[in-house]
Design a protein around this ligand. Structure first.
Ligand code: AMP
Ligand code: MG
Length: 413
């Protein structure tokens, strides 16, 4: 069969939002396999089971300040005559002293409330006179006491399944004694590069050859997002070789390839991906710049993405389509919205007609806040993206953004 090069009909292509919706809707329900991990390796992982506290936290009423443990009913006398200091609470053991009428006990922050006392007066609100202490302010029951179970109650779910662990979460697990949380396995992502012109990056390219950059930028992105990349190497522009390589790559959780995704004579990605199995290709071409020639497919329960060969385009398409699919595969379908900052455009941004434009910008601190400086360059100029701090979206319905407009900049990871 002879192929013909037929250009994309822009009007017929889905918008970015529609393409993403179709792609994600085609992915089946997926619960990844799970494994326990040591707490020190848990950051960034997604919990596969709820974690409930075995005990109350704190396990005993604790002082929230350095000060004196007192009986609140003594407040009036404490402000005039003062209270007698009869001891001190030590950290890390049960309190030995008891607070009797008109008595006070010194207590450090976090120390256990001694029997008899029902409130703590901060040291700043007292005046010491020998063995006596006078209060400068009234005190009510429970003042400055963190009651038992105030942080977490025994049996309460501290963190639910599907939650991705951050620093505070790892600490919260430690505080309830969960030292080997159950988490989903990290998705393993196969990465292929297609093109007769490509050589590995450690080669000196002959005339007409270029080094494979995409496999490496995509692998870095996958790793940053919590996946495990497998760079499988370079495939020539050949349908059979590509089909074999893709079938082999389907042993992994997800497959990314770059190159050959457009509609030229050598662009066989969409055709070959379509042969891998149902449900098949759900998107070929998006009203996006850079990144129009993107192929999004589902094969069985695996996402297969044919990304554009142009290095900037492949990363923009990764950002918009691959990352949400990776989050789905790692058991975190909600994912995380991108980190953004607001900045004022230093120059106008003109978008290519009929496509949502994702412009590279550099951020510079100005006297009135951050300024976004557009970095001009084609989608083949990866160094322009390396110089950029983030991306600004020019929506489909606007052909340009004027200088001075406040924009949201998605920071590049
Ligand atoms: P293609 O999508 O195959 O039409 O490629 C578009 C442009 O991207 C061409 O200039 C390719 O040489 C270039 N390209 C394709 N794959 C890669 C890659 N892995 N690394 C760097 N450049 C690439
Ligand atoms: Mg090519």
């Amino acid at each position: 069969m002879r192929r013909e090069a037929r250009p994309f009909d822009l009007e017929a292509l889905p918008t970015v939002a529609e393409a993403r919706r179709r792609f994600l809707a085609a992915l089946p329900a997926w619960r990844p396999p799970e494994e326990p991990v040591p707490l020190l390796e848990a950051a960034g992982r997604v919990l596969s089971r709820d974690v409930a506290a075995g005990d109350d936290v704190p396990a005993f009423p604790r002082s929230m300040v350095d000060g004196f443990a007192v009986r609140s009913q003594d407040a009036r006398a404490a402000m005039s005559r003062g209270l007698r200091v009869v001891g001190r609470v030590a950290m890390g053991s049960a309190p030995k002293a008891t607070v009797g009428p008109l008595q006070a006990v010194w207590i450090p922050t976090g120390g256990p409330l001694p029997p008899g006392a029902d409130a703590i007066v901060p040291v700043e609100a007292t005046e010491a006179v020998g063995d006596w202490v006078r209060l400068r302010e009234p005190v009510r029951p429970g003042d400055n006491v963190l009651s038992r179970g105030a942080d977490v109650r025994a049996g309460q779910v501290v963190l639910p399944a599907g939650h991705r662990l951050r620093a505070a979460d790892v600490g919260a697990l430690a505080s309830v004694g969960c030292t080997r949380p159950w988490v989903y396995r990290r998705p393993e992502v196969a990465i292929l590069s297609m093109g007769d012109e490509l050589v590995p990056p450690d080669r000196i390219p002959a005339e007409g050859q270029v080094r494979d950059a995409n496999a490496y930028s995509l692998a870095a992105a996958v790793r940053a997002d919590g996946g495990i990349p497998h760079v499988l190497g370079i495939v020539p522009d050949d349908k059979n070789r590509l089909e074999n390589a893709l079938r082999d790559a389907l042993q992994w959780d997800m497959v990314l390839m770059s190159g050959g995704s457009s509609v030229g004579l050598d662009d066989v990605a969409a055709e070959v991906i379509a042969k891998l199995g149902p449900p098949g290709v759900v998107v070929h071409g998006v009203r996006l710049a850079p990144g129009k020639p993107t192929v999004l497919a589902v094969v069985g329960d695996r996402a297969v993405c044919g990304l554009p060969g142009n290095p900037v385009s492949s990363l923009v398409a990764y950002d918009l389509f691959v990352r949400p699919a990776l989050y789905w595969r790692m058991g975190w379908p909600g994912g995380r919205p991108p980190a953004t900052v607001r900045a004022r455009l230093a120059e106008p941004l003109a978008a290519p007609k009929g496509r949502e434009f994702h412009a590279r910008v550099r951020l510079v601190a100005g006297p009135e806040g951050l300024v976004a400086q557009p970095v001009a360059g084609g989608s083949g100029q990866l160094a322009t993206m390396a110089r950029a701090d983030g991306l600004v979206t020019v929506p489909l319905e606007r052909s340009s953004l004027p200088a001075g407009e406040t924009v949201e900049v998605r920071l590049l990871v």
